[in-house]
Design a protein around this ligand. Structure first.
Ligand SMILES: C[S@@+](CC[C@H](N)C(=O)[O-])C[C@H]1O[C@@H](n2cnc3c(N)ncnc32)[C@H](O)[C@@H]1O
Length: 384
């Protein structure tokens, strides 16, 4: 066990490097007792434009990755040095601090060579889903020489942005252990595999994941890949979203066409899912209903399509709020890759919702644009 005064010195050294943003790496090693947890490594990362500290806990048989604020990092370091480990090294750009167990002292020395640690530089290299995750090669994103295929680079970036956006929401939703994740309209399964793998290997959860897809060829491909990769609890089914009846804890539906997004959201709400994640696709349903006709006449068809997207997604968001969800929206990938880049993340609230206020907002929006019928609203009112 390290003396509390030395721990304070170590934390001071870390704090200084947080202020100076020159931290490169922290390694905590040398477990005091024979322990399943062998080593802890930490490095700064940028997630959603915020500086976080990514810790990899290396166990005998698995690695678990978690992201922390600087305050949380202090608590983690203090806890482990007080109870579990006897070594720590803190590498900064110009110097390194190392605890010497024999001298019982934390000593610092200048680095022989300055270590490059521009976060901008690291940002390019550091992805939340490392290139060596086996599912990336099975899905053809990484080639046989372990490089991201040029033609799949934007897909790889999309996967990473998606997981980066979701990671804090999964933690905030309090999901742990065993739970069910359903991906509706899973397509070739890129994001299904990515989320399943992240939950399983990085967070140490035990997700039971199902991908729902109309096309049997894609379902077949995904099931073969899941079996080859040894995922015991990842399976795909050829089913229409509307016919799926099982309950779920996380609903995800990314780029499912037109009202298939509404069918999916309705299933998530009826399941009382903790998390609903969707990225809407085309929106045909309300376009022909839009009013007033005179005001819309001068508007180009493409822009009318955009207008119907905006109104549909705003209505969906309000309907989720009405049914007890807190809704966040973000753009999760640059429009250079796809214009369909809106990500809606809804987390089930624990507090009661002011339904009257939200109902009024929904009515105002519908009256303003003359909306008579919207699929999600219809499905939810049928379910009452
Ligand atoms: C644009 S792809 C998106 C695939 C994947 N979610 C992604 O974002 O990479 C939409 C997929 O949803 C499937 N799909 C559309 N409507 C569906 C429905 N009603 N039931 C099941 N799958 C559906 C399509 O076959 C297609 O593979």
């Amino acid at each position: 066990m390290i003396d509390p005064k030395e721990i304070d010195l170590i934390l001071g050294f870390i704090q200084q490097s947080i202020i100076n943003t020159d931290l490169k790496k922290i390694t905590i090693s040398g477990p005091i007792e024979s322990n399943d947890l062998k080593r802890i490594a930490c490095r700064p990362v940028v997630i959603k434009q915020q500086l976080r500290y990514q810790i990899v806990y290396s166990y005998q048989t698995k690695d678990i990755t978690k992201n922390y604020s600087s305050q949380e990092l202090h608590t983690v370091v203090r806890d482990h040095l007080s109870h579990n480990f006897k070594n720590i090294s803190v590498i900064r750009i110009n110097d390194t601090g190392q605890y010497e167990p024999k001298k019982k002292k934390f000593l610092t020395s200048k680095n022989k060579k300055k270590i490059e640690s521009s976060l901008e530089h690291d940002k390019v290299k550091r992805f939340i889903i490392p290139q060596d995750r086996p599912f990336l090669s099975s899905l053809g994103i990484v080639t046989s020489n372990q490089k991201v295929s040029k033609s799949k680079l934007s897909k790889y970036k999309q996967i990473n942005r998606f997981i980066e956006a979701l990671a804090p929401e999964i933690q905030a939703a309090g999901l742990q252990g065993q739970y069910k994740l359903v991906d509706m309209g899973s397509g070739k399964g890129y994001l299904t595999f990515a989320l399943h793998d992240y939950l399983l290997h990085s967070l140490g959860h035990q997700p039971r994941t199902v991908g729902i897809e109309l096309r049997p060829d894609l379902v077949d491909f995904c099931n073969r890949s899941a079996t080859a990769l040894g995922y015991k609890h990842l399976a795909f089914k050829t089913t229409d979203i509307a016919d799926y009846t099982e309950k779920m804890d996380i609903l995800m539906s990314l780029h499912a066409c037109d009202t298939a997004t509404d069918d999916s959201i309705a299933k998530g709400i009826r399941s009382n899912a903790r998390l609903i994640i969707c990225s809407p696709c085309c929106h045909k349903e309300i376009r022909s209903q839009l009013k007033p006709k005179d005001a819309l006449d001068p508007i180009h068809g493409i822009l009318r399509e955009r207008l119907s997207e905006l109104i549909t997604d705003q209505l969906r968001s309000l309907l989720m709020e009405l049914h007890g969800y807190k809704v966040k929206m973000m753009e999760f990938i640059s429009t250079e890759h796809t214009p369909k880049n809106l990500l809606i993340i809804a987390t089930r609230r624990t507090k009661k919702t002011d339904t009257k206020l939200i109902q009024d907002k929904i009515q105002e929006l519908k009256d303003l644009y003359g909306i008579q019928k919207q699929q999600l609203e219809t499905l939810l009112s049928l379910a009452k």
